[in-house]
Design a protein around this ligand. Structure first.
Ligand SMILES: C[S@@+](CC[C@H](N)C(=O)[O-])C[C@H]1O[C@@H](n2cnc3c(N)ncnc32)[C@H](O)[C@@H]1O
Length: 273
């Protein structure tokens, strides 16, 4: 069983707890931002993967705190008109605070990816980054992306592959006695997501972002892991075991811990409409 309240799941938990505000997501993003080894950072890399129309109308679904737009602003056309949406009102507010004023126009709205409150064929680009593995029916969301894109529009959907953070899934398995399987990749990942995107688009390609983590701070790993279930809900005993398991990895690495990444984007064109 790969689905749980975080992956594939519980919309109330995601909206009212996990993503009520950016704090838990920030703990996870910090690990990547501080200990990633890639030459180009994730959001600028992603923004460089397509040609953005100079006055394009753009929808981001599951926008989170809007990091893409602030981190890549200098390489994107200032004439973009952005519609930032998320299941969580707290995330929409955080995104609008961060992004307003950077582009020609920025608006925001709460919206479920599975039922978008927009007309057919209005967007030049739809962005769905690291969010389809949270959606109960990702196929429904993909059909909404295809419906709301212009016929010549493009979908960018970021997700992870089965090897992503393998070492952390091994720790999780050790402490919580679970299968050592990357659940996010199992629900909607680089492999499992492909047929789902292909339901809505006739042209789909996967582009990998090459990176790995060289972490020198055990607390950053603990903060990452305790930001989601099951560690978020762990007993005292489980937390102690988690600290021991993490500390062991750093001892074995002589003070550092290398963690694999497998992450990238689907670029999809020619929506079925
Ligand atoms: C992992 S965060 C990614 C945020 C942002 N896209 C990024 O890459 O930084 C996932 C986001 O998807 C949102 N989300 C989860 N389920 C959703 C749904 N059904 N419809 C719209 N947004 C959803 C969450 O509230 C959260 O902000």
């Amino acid at each position: 069983m790969t689905k749980d309240k975080f992956t594939g799941g519980d919309q109330r938990y995601l909206r009212d707890a996990q993503y009520r505000d950016p704090s838990r997501l920030t703990a996870r993003a910090d690990l990547h931002a501080k200990y990633g080894t890639a030459d180009v950072r994730w959001f600028p890399w992603m923004a460089g993967q397509i040609e953005w129309p100079s006055d394009g109308v753009i929808l981001e679904v599951g926008c989170g705190p809007g990091w893409l737009w602030s981190e890549a602003a200098s390489q994107l056309p200032s004439g973009l008109r952005l519609m930032l949406t998320d299941l969580s009102a707290g995330m929409v507010d955080a995104a609008l605070d961060r992004v307003s004023g950077l582009f020609e126009m920025t608006a925001g709205s709460e919206a479920d990816a599975q039922l978008l409150p927009f007309c057919n064929r209005v967007f030049d680009v739809v962005v769905a980054n690291h969010m389809l593995y949270h959606v109960p029916q990702p196929g429904l969301a993909v059909s909404e992306f295809a419906r709301t894109l212009r016929p010549d529009g493009v979908l960018i959907a970021a997700t992870v592959g089965p090897e992503h953070l393998r070492e952390l899934w091994e720790i999780r398995s050790e402490v919580f006695e679970e299968e050592p399987v990357n659940r996010t990749a199992a629900v909607f990942g680089a492999i499992t997501g492909l047929p789902i995107i292909q339901q809505g688009f006739s042209s789909v390609e996967w582009r990998a972002y090459e990176d790995h983590l060289h972490c020198t701070n055990p607390d950053a790993v603990i903060a990452f892991m305790t930001s989601t279930p099951p560690a978020e809900d762990a007993s005292e005993q489980q937390l102690r075991s988690l600290h021991v398991a993490v500390r062991r990895r750093f001892e074995k690495g002589g003070g550092s811990f290398d963690i694999a990444k497998e992450v990238g984007i689907f670029v999809a064109r020619d929506p079925y409409q």
